[in-house]
Structures are given as C-alpha cells and as structure tokens.
Design a protein around this ligand. Structure first.
Ligand code: SF4
Length: 407
C-alpha cells in the first residue's frame, strides 16, 4: 500500500488534492483566461520554479527559449515516469488531470504553441486524461500519445521521437527539443508536475512561492509501504525517513536511480537542488529509497546498475559497454569475488563516463558507482572474499526492490 499525504502548512492548497470534475475545477479558479502572459512568466521566474522530471532546469528559462524561437511551436506534457521508484506523475495524471491540462494550455499560451500533446504509458492515466479532455473542451489542439513504459521513454528527446512516430528512444543533443522537436518545431517538453505547479500558481498567485518550492516525493524502503507526499522546500531527509517508518535507515538512494547513494550525514541534507548537488547528488524525480539496517549498499548499488544496464537502449556504444561493465563490476563486488583492479576500474569508469551517453542512464549508473565508493569504502572492502548475507543471490534486473505501487 502506498500512503498519500501532505506536509504543507495548513490551509495551503497542494497538488495532492481530491479528484475533481471540470465544474469543480472551474469553480476553484481553474482554466482562467491568460490575460497577461508576461506577468505569469515573470512570476514563474521570480519563484525559481524548476522542472520536476529529473534535470531540475529552471522552468522560466525553458519556457522563454521556446517562446523566443520562430513558430509554429509545440508543447508536451511528459507523464512517462521511467524511474521504478516514482509514482507522482501517474498519480497526478490519474487524479488531477484538469490541473495538468490547465498547466499545459498555460504553457502553450506562454510559448505561443498551437499544438499540445500528453505523453504517457499508464492506461488509467490515459483514461483520466481523455475523460478530462472530453469534459473541458479545450480550444487548444491536444493529442494523447501512448508510449511503452521503460526507463528511457520519459527522456525528453525520446518523447519527441515517439510523438514523431519513431521509437521512444533518446537522440543525441543538440538539437534539443526547444530548437527542433515535434515535426521539427521548437517544442517545450515539461514534466506533468511542473505543469500542475504552473496551473496552481496561476489560479492562486498568493501561494505562488509555496507552490513553486514544494515537492512531490515518492518514499520507499524495506518492509513498510511506500508513500507519496508533498513537502515544503528545505525539508530535512530525516523528517522524510521518519514519515514513512524508516527513521532507523542507514543510507538513502536519491532521485530514483539517478541521484546516488548517501551514507553518513544524510539525515541532515535538506530537500534542495543546490544543497544536494553540492553534496554530489541530485534530487532527480524526487524518489527516495531508504536502506534499513539489514540492507547492504553494495547489494542496492548492484541491483540498481544491473537494472539500468538491462534498460539501456543500447544505441550508444559507450553506454552499452560502460553500463554493462559497471554492472558486472558491482556484481563481482557483491558476490565477494572482486579484487583491487575491479574496484579501481569501477572508480575510473564512474569518473570518466558521465555525460558521454545520449541520455541520463549512463550518468545514473556512474553516480551510483561513484557514490558507493565514496560513501561506503568500508562496506566495499568488507566484501573481499565473501558476500554479506544481504548480497547473496543478488541478480535482480527488474528493479523489483525499487518499485512502488501507484496509489
Ligand atoms: S546513454 Fe544508454 S540508454 Fe541513453 S540513449 Fe545512449 S544507449 Fe540509450
């Protein structure tokens, strides 16, 4: 069971509100005409809203880049969350489709786009979005595009490639979608939580700072069920662990599989892009997996990178060989069969490979390898000669440990 709750200050409207029909959404200020686009763009910039798909890029900059490009233009609501430990996007699509469609039409108005897409793989999410479209009759042309559910399908160039009729696989950058996207048009690809936050801050401008700073997070760990929570900016990770029954956790895997492992000192880390980046990690899509006392970071790293290697689109040579080699090295460590060369190779690949693939998968694998070596050198060394009980039989490539059911 995945619990759903909010830690926002009382009276603040978060995104985890009740399901609503079009009439109720309108009655609460939704779908209001955009009379002053420049003012909304300035407000988005002033709040510092960052994208919630993983990269955390400033939303106003992305909107401005598409707006400044020659038309025609397109916008995409990206609802394909490939991280196995994240449920927020599917929950939003299933339960708050009007909020997303409202954010999408605002993004279209802000960028001057005349064609919009909702990109997703989840069947219940698609039903909810189609129902909301039928009930709200938007003036903007909005198409729903289905994709398969894979780790890389949500990457923005994969979304554009799929919408253009190709496979949902990333392409090399440049060009980025804001330069050449759907049908070659400058295209804004925005995560559905990002769009929901734009809609919420437009309908309730007095709460814009709270809305822009808050995060939807998926919390998971051993034993206890997962949780989908909305929390204010700056919340300490210790508070999040306590919330979902993982107060005794000894480590955390951040950002789904994208942000790396953290050991000592993790409880005091604040939920903040800059602070986590400074600590060498990333918030990514906001999925946090806590490691309990019986968990082994070597086993978790090995399973995570094995999953990533299995999910590699196998179109960049460096990813095909590099992610596979890191998975093999980690498996060797977990099995108690690694020598010093194995560990040194893992260290070298983790440092040299980031940024060399067409998407973030290779970076995610490298960050996990690097963070394991940096934060848990003693645990790595203790596996010399024999696996620990938690590592015995580690073979999973399905990401099962990290999967959270959508509430
Ligand atoms: S880095 Fe890996 S997963 Fe990403 S596009 Fe290249 S081969 Fe595919």
């Amino acid at each position: 069971m995945t619990a759903v709750f909010s830690l926002l200050p009382e009276g603040r409207r978060g995104l985890l509100g009740p399901e609503e029909d079009a009439e109720t959404y309108l009655a609460h200020g939704g779908y209001a005409p955009l009379t002053a686009p420049d003012r909304l763009l300035d407000r988005i910039a002033a709040t510092g809203l960052r994208g919630r798909g993983g990269a955390g890029f400033p939303t106003a900059v992305k909107l401005g880049a598409v707006r400044a490009a020659p038309g025609p233009r397109a916008v995409v609501a990206n609802g394909e969350e490939g991280e196995p430990g994240s449920v927020k996007d599917r929950w939003l699509l299933r339960h708050r489709p009007h909020l997303i469609l409202d954010g999408l039409r605002l993004a279209a108005a802000l960028t001057g786009a005349d064609h919009a897409f909702v990109y997703l793989s989840d069947t219940l999410a698609e039903q909810a979005v189609r129902g909301a479209l039928a009930a709200s009759s938007p003036e903007l042309r909005i198409d729903v595009v289905r994709t398969e559910h894979t780790y890389v399908a949500g990457e923005e160039t994969a979304a554009v490639r799929r919408i253009n009729g190709g496979p949902a696989l990333p392409t090399a950058k440049p060009p980025r979608p804001f330069e050449s996207g759907v049908g070659g048009a400058p295209t804004l690809v925005a995560n559905v939580e990002t769009l929901a936050r734009i809609a919420a801050m437009y309908s309730h401008p007095d709460e814009a700072d709270t809305v822009a700073g808050a995060h939807l997070l998926t919390l998971s760990g051993p034993g206890a069920g997962g949780a989908l929570v909305e929390v204010p900016a700056g919340t300490r990770l210790k508070v999040l662990a306590d919330l979902c029954g993982h107060g005794r956790a000894e480590a955390v895997l951040l950002g789904g599989l994208f942000g790396g492992l953290y050991g000592q000192g993790w409880p005091d880390l604040p939920l903040d892009h800059a602070a986590l980046n400074a600590a060498g990690g990333a918030l990514g899509c906001g999925a946090l997996h806590f490691l309990g006392p019986a968990d082994c970071p070597v086993a978790v790293a090995s399973e995570a990178v094995a999953y990533l290697a299995a999910q590699s689109a196998r179109q960049c040579g460096v990813c095909l060989s590099g992610t596979g080699a890191m998975a093999k090295a980690l498996s060797t460590v977990a099995c108690g069969e690694a020598d010093q060369d194995t560990v040194e190779n893992l260290r070298r690949w983790s440092g040299q490979l980031p940024g060399r693939g067409a998407c973030g998968l290779l970076d995610a694998a490298a960050r996990i390898g690097a963070s394991l070596l940096a934060h848990f050198p003693g645990r790595v060394a203790s596996h010399r000669g024999a696996p620990c009980p938690a590592c015995s039989g580690v073979t999973a490539e399905d990401g099962h440990r990290f999967v959270v059911p959508v509430p």
